[in-house]
Design a protein around this ligand. Structure first.
Ligand SMILES: [Zn+2]
Length: 343
């Protein structure tokens, strides 16, 4: 009996084959046909179907590099099941180095999308039907927005045990428990009962080596966890422990002016601790930014020019804050070296 073909974009891909295909999304006003490039890698043996996608926000490019390196990894020759790799979902934004679509819509607020909707809704609809619905698991790769730096972290719903299992495969120190109703890909996938997590780290429009390696390592660990690639006892023993954050909040600028940060991402902060100051351009009217809760700084503004209300620090809070030792540095390089994670 002939093995079943994986059919996508008019192509057939059989076990043991790998193909690059292009999903048709839209024709633009200049007559350009916009297509999402996808590589499907089928193992010789059956197994899970995992999608790994990046650049839903077109300027978040660390994930594009993670997917590229994943596709070059020699372990893909031995996979069981199917990998659907989508290095660039928001092809429109990627080309103009923007988070958004040409209509200024945020693709990650447009899921599950619709056939009759805006460009964003139609792209979301194609992605859900052609990629997500054919998968058993998913990973969505992001970075901080423009001028914002994020500690490498995973966002996942603690409620679903399979999502929890794949989230804990990532060698990050923080997993943010979130089950928002926000039109995100992660939410749309969860509604279809497809365990999906979001990894993010670094900033927009930059490659950051440590974040890329950590993300790649996370995807490969997840593939081991769901038995797409063989597991080695050595690695599972060395997997670092992640802390589940119960919630997170942004600290915002109390006034407009020039912002000087006094802590960085990865720092444990105590309630009431001073994290930075804002003055006017003459150095007057100094106002302090203080932590409202004890927690870990998982995101920071990189641009020192702020208007009142701008987000400055993203702080994750934990049930058991005592697990973070005072003065300890949880920045990515520190975490990796301290935990002996070999990338
Ligand atoms: Zn993003």
């Amino acid at each position: 009996m002939r093995p079943t073909a994986f059919r996508i974009a008019g192509e057939r891909i059989y076990p043991g084959e790998s193909k690059i295909v292009a999903l048709e999304v839209a024709r633009l006003y200049d007559f350009t046909e916009m297509k999402v490039p996808v590589q499907v890698v089928r193992g010789a043996k059956p197994g899970p179907t995992l999608f790994v996608c990046a650049a839903i926000h077109g300027d978040e490019i660390n994930g594009v590099e993670i997917v590229k390196r994943l596709l070059q990894s020699p372990v893909l020759r031995k996979i069981s099941g199917t990998l659907i790799a989508v290095p660039i979902v928001n092809i429109f934004g990627f080309n103009i180095r923007s988070r958004y679509l040409p209509d200024r819509r945020d693709l990650n607020r447009s899921f599950p999308g619709s056939k009759e909707g805006s460009l964003a809704a139609r792209l979301a609809d194609v992605f859900i039907n052609e990629i997500v619905k054919r998968s058993s698991h998913g990973v969505d790769l992001h970075t901080g927005a423009l001028h914002r730096y994020n500690l490498p972290q995973v966002r996942a719903s603690l409620e679903d045990s399979e999502t929890r299992r794949i989230a804990e495969a990532f060698p990050v120190s923080v997993i943010l428990n979130s089950s928002l109703r926000d039109g995100s890909l992660r939410q749309a996938a969860a509604d279809l009962n497809i365990p999906t997590l979001l990894f993010e780290g670094g900033q927009a429009l930059r490659f950051e080596e440590s974040v890329i390696r950590l993300g790649l390592r996370g995807v490969l660990s997840l593939m081991k966890e769901i038995e797409m690639i063989p597991r080695s006892g050595y690695e599972s023993e060395r997997r670092p422990r992640a802390f589940w954050a119960k919630s997170s909040h942004w600290l915002r600028a109390p006034q407009s002016g020039l912002f000087t940060a006094e802590v960085r991402v990865g720092k444990r902060v105590k309630r009431g601790q001073r994290l930075g100051v804002i003055t006017n351009v003459f150095g007057e009217h100094l106002m302090e930014v203080r932590a409202t809760h004890s927690g870990l700084v998982i995101g920071e503004a990189l641009l020192p020019l702020v208007n009142r209300g701008d987000a400055l620090f993203h702080v994750a809070t934990f049930e058991d804050f005592g697990q973070f030792q005072e003065g300890e540095d949880w920045s990515v390089d520190e975490v990796l070296s301290r935990r002996g994670v070999d990338l």
